[in-house]
Design a protein around this ligand. Structure first.
Ligand SMILES: *Cc1c(COP(=O)(O)O)cnc(C)c1O
Length: 356
């Protein structure tokens, strides 16, 4: 018997989510965002279920090469472009497109002598203020980049800071982008998951959903289920210990939870060394034998405690779902004061995965 903690990837859910997003995208094409090892799911595990995507977006050159070597023929783009001039050669060799967000990358392209030109996503900074050129330079830059022998097709892109927050929205950034590209005949890419789901006018030619593909909601106030999305990763374990507590007994490090009555407490094989958030406190939802209960006290490195008092039939070996199919990762993330992106990306290498 091995340690019971494991993660399952639901390929059917992934294919379903992609189809949902492609339907929402209308005539725009979908770049499936698979950076960060497909948001912690494992690129090699998810790619076959996304085979129907119109293209791929990642950040890591090795992921892009992996996709090509696996035989995927769609466009692949690097969302931060290259980090050194010599990487352009590799992009050219593997037909990988590059974001160009700064003057240094433009200079590399100008000087490059490539076996074949690369596609470029020219990135405009419309308000996020991380990467990108000033929007007013768009006409000049598009003209300049199109002339370069190292460049094939040019697309103009931007990224929204608050597409997931209804009270802030995309209006300011969207207008800056529109006026920057007015009169230019160039394909555009603007929308992440939140913008794709909330702002049909911002679909452009290529949408770039990440989190929604994996069945998590980009919005704090709308569930993934209400958006027609299904959880892709389920993190499961089992009860490996049971303690009978009397009123006044404490649980775990720091003795932060103290029983106010007699209780049954289950110990689950899952801790922060597995990627479960240590910031999740007493009350965070956990499913035991299909029933909702709550986490108690501090999460340890390898274990956490749950309240079995309301589930008398549960005991050693009872199945536990930390998040996934029956308990939204969004709910667990909210209880831990973070977002599902962080939980999914943080699942530790020691957790074994199976693909279903
Ligand atoms: C990560 C990323 C996305 C995907 O964002 P989600 O919120 O996961 O949909 C889209 N565009 C860029 C530039 C990104 O870096």
């Amino acid at each position: 018997m091995s340690r019971p903690l494991h993660a399952t990837i639901d390929s059917t859910a992934l294919t379903h989510n992609l189809a949902q997003l492609q339907a929402r995208a209308g005539s725009a094409r979908v770049l499936s965002v698979v950076k960060a090892n497909a948001y912690g799911h494992g690129l090699a595990r998810v790619a076959p279920a996304l085979a129907n995507t119109d293209g791929w977006a990642t950040l890591e050159l090795d992921s892009a090469i992996h996709l090509r070597e696996q035989g995927y023929t769609q466009p692949i783009v690097l969302l931060e472009g290259v980090f050194a001039a010599r990487e352009l050669e590799i992009c050219s060799q593997y037909r990988i497109g590059c974001a160009v967000h700064g003057e240094h990358q433009l200079a590399w392209l100008r000087e490059a002598k490539l076996p074949a030109p690369v596609d470029v996503l020219l990135k405009l900074n419309t308000g996020m203020n991380r990467l990108g050129f000033p929007p007013e330079r768009a006409p000049e830059l598009v003209g300049q980049v199109r002339q370069l022998p190292a460049v094939a097709a040019v697309t103009v892109m931007t990224h929204f800071a608050t597409a997931d927050e209804p009270d802030k929205g995309i209006a300011v950034q969207y207008e800056r982008f529109r006026s920057a590209i007015a009169g230019l005949d160039v394909p555009v890419s603007l929308a992440n998951s939140a913008a794709l789901l909330a702002y049909p006018q911002a679909r452009g030619d290529w949408v770039r959903p990440g989190i929604a593909l994996y069945g998590s909601s980009p919005f704090a106030d709308r569930s993934a289920q209400s958006l027609g999305l299904r959880a892709v990763m389920t993190l499961q374990s089992a009860i490996i210990g049971v303690q009978e507590l009397h009123a006044g007994d404490a649980v775990g490090y720091g003795a932060t939870f103290v029983a106010d009555r007699n209780m049954r407490v289950g110990t689950v094989a899952c801790g922060y060394a597995d990627g479960y958030p240590r910031h999740a406190g007493t009350g965070t939802p956990v499913l035991v034998a299909g029933q909702r209960t709550r986490l108690l006290g501090r999460v340890s490195m390898d274990m956490l405690a749950v309240d079995l008092t309301p589930i008398p039939a549960a005991g050693i070996g009872s199945p536990v779902e930390l998040w996934g199919r029956s308990l939204s990762v969004d709910e667990v993330a909210a209880a831990a004061g973070t977002i599902a992106y962080e939980l999914l990306c943080a699942v530790a290498p020691r957790v074994p995965f199976t693909v279903a």
